[in-house]
Ligand binder design. Structure first.
Ligand SMILES: [Zn+2]
Length: 413
């Protein structure tokens, strides 16, 4: 309630994209409210749904019936009352409704079948092919197989998370420097292979949505930034409950803002980008340079550090190898410097950090927080929270993409 009081309506009605309120609009909004109330209060009776929503009981029933028919929700066991008619409890049809998630990363792609709470019931991985055409040939039979394996589950859609950007209008993949793919339509061949609707989104954006739908701070957080730290750095921004897309769907590319003037060359073509100094690849480069200073010569972000993986570097750090520790600390300082810009510029409630680096958060966390503090004068109360990698945040993000479509707030005016 306090949140509601603190929130002032500051949004202008968009006269180029609005919908006048028809009874259809009202039904859609009420349907989504009922679905969300069932999701958060299940099992729940129709009478309690009416109480929580303020809708008439008859309206609740009118909304619930088609949801039961379409298997989104189901009627469970009878509730207990001392006298009178026993209410039938409603809950989400978790076991029957499924979502397929595809998490594409430069080396490995993971696909999974999940229920509506993003619990994975099946999961497998495949190497990510160097070109998207070959990738589709590898992926299609596995997808069909995944759907066939669990015939009792009705798949509602497929969410795809990418280390890149999808054009808002054409839905083509237009920018994926760490994948090395460019301008390719992935959506249509996946839809044709499966007959299911596909939602594609940048990995950081999907992770931000996953936090809103499945995260610990799911309720009440208005401003959240998800920062994915891996081969590159991505940022998904949720401001005032809304995913920020920008004019071309490419908002959030803080990884490619300059942090070192005239710095090392980045895969995007610019120099000195944040991700060149604060990503996993950066830490590997720092280590390689310190381990063999003669070899580094005229270094670019790409030319050194191929021999060691980031995973190996983390293990060396855990064993207190001094060069590894210094390389990781260098990465952490740059990570902190960039996060400070996010804190200063956006003052989010929370920044969630996603990536392998969170495995050693007890070591890097204090350094990151210290750097953020000394670099941001606004003293925003932003919490910087590491995401446990075992919860598979990127894969959960793919499930959030489909859930968002059915449970998310409609934009009406
Ligand atoms: Zn760049």
């Amino acid at each position: 309630m306090e949140n509601r009081v603190a929130c002032r309506e500051m949004r202008k009605i968009d006269l180029t994209n609005f919908q006048v309120a028809t009874s259809e609009t009202a039904r859609d909004i009420n349907r989504r409210i009922v679905l969300n109330l069932i999701r958060s209060h299940q099992p729940i009776s129709r009478a309690d749904l009416a109480r929580h929503s303020g809708l008439q009981r008859s309206t609740v029933s009118v909304i619930a019936e088609p949801l039961i028919k379409k298997r989104w929700i189901t009627e469970g066991a009878d509730g207990h009352t001392l006298r009178g008619r026993r209410p039938r409890f409603l809950h989400l049809n978790k076991e029957r409704v499924g979502v397929i998630g595809i998490n594409i990363r430069p080396a490995t792609t993971t696909l999974a079948l999940a229920d509506l709470d993003a619990n994975f019931v099946a999961q497998e991985s495949l190497p990510t092919a160097p070109n998207p055409k070959q990738f589709m040939e590898d992926l299609a039979p596995r997808l069909r197989n995944l759907i066939r394996m669990r015939p009792e589950i009705t798949c509602e859609g497929i969410g795809v998370s990418l280390p890149g950007r999808v054009d808002l209008v054409s839905q083509r993949l237009v920018f994926a420097p760490n994948l090395g793919w460019s301008d390719f339509d992935l959506k249509t061949p996946i839809e044709e292979a499966t007959g299911l609707p596909v939602e594609m989104e940048n990995a950081a954006n999907s992770c931000a949505l996953a936090e809103i739908w499945f995260g610990q701070h799911a309720e009440g957080v208005r401003n959240l930034v998800a920062v994915t730290v891996s081969e590159g750095i991505g940022c998904g921004l949720i401001l005032n409950h809304q995913l920020v897309q920008g004019s071309n769907g490419m908002a959030g590319e803080f990884g490619h803002t300059t942090i070192v003037e005239d710095g090392l060359e980045c895969r995007c073509g610019n120099k000195g980008c944040w991700e060149v100094y604060a990503s996993n690849s950066a830490a590997v480069r720092y280590y390689s340079q310190s381990a063999s200073p003669v070899r580094s010569g005229k270094a670019t972000s790409r030319s050194v550090g191929q021999a060691l993986t980031f995973d190996h570097l983390l293990r060396l750090t855990e064993q207190s190898d001094p060069k590894a520790v210094e390389a990781i600390n260098q990465m952490a300082r740059y990570l902190g410097a960039g996060l400070a810009q996010l804190v200063t510029g956006l003052a989010p409630d929370v920044i969630v950090v996603i990536g392998e680096i969170t495995r050693i958060w007890n070591q890097v966390g204090p350094l990151i927080n210290e750097t953020v503090k000394s670099h941001s004068f606004t003293r925003a109360n932003t919490r910087i929270v590491p995401k446990d990698p075992s919860s598979q945040p990127r894969l959960r993000g793919t499930i959030a993409l489909v859930l968002q479509k059915h449970f998310g707030a409609p934009s009406v005016a």
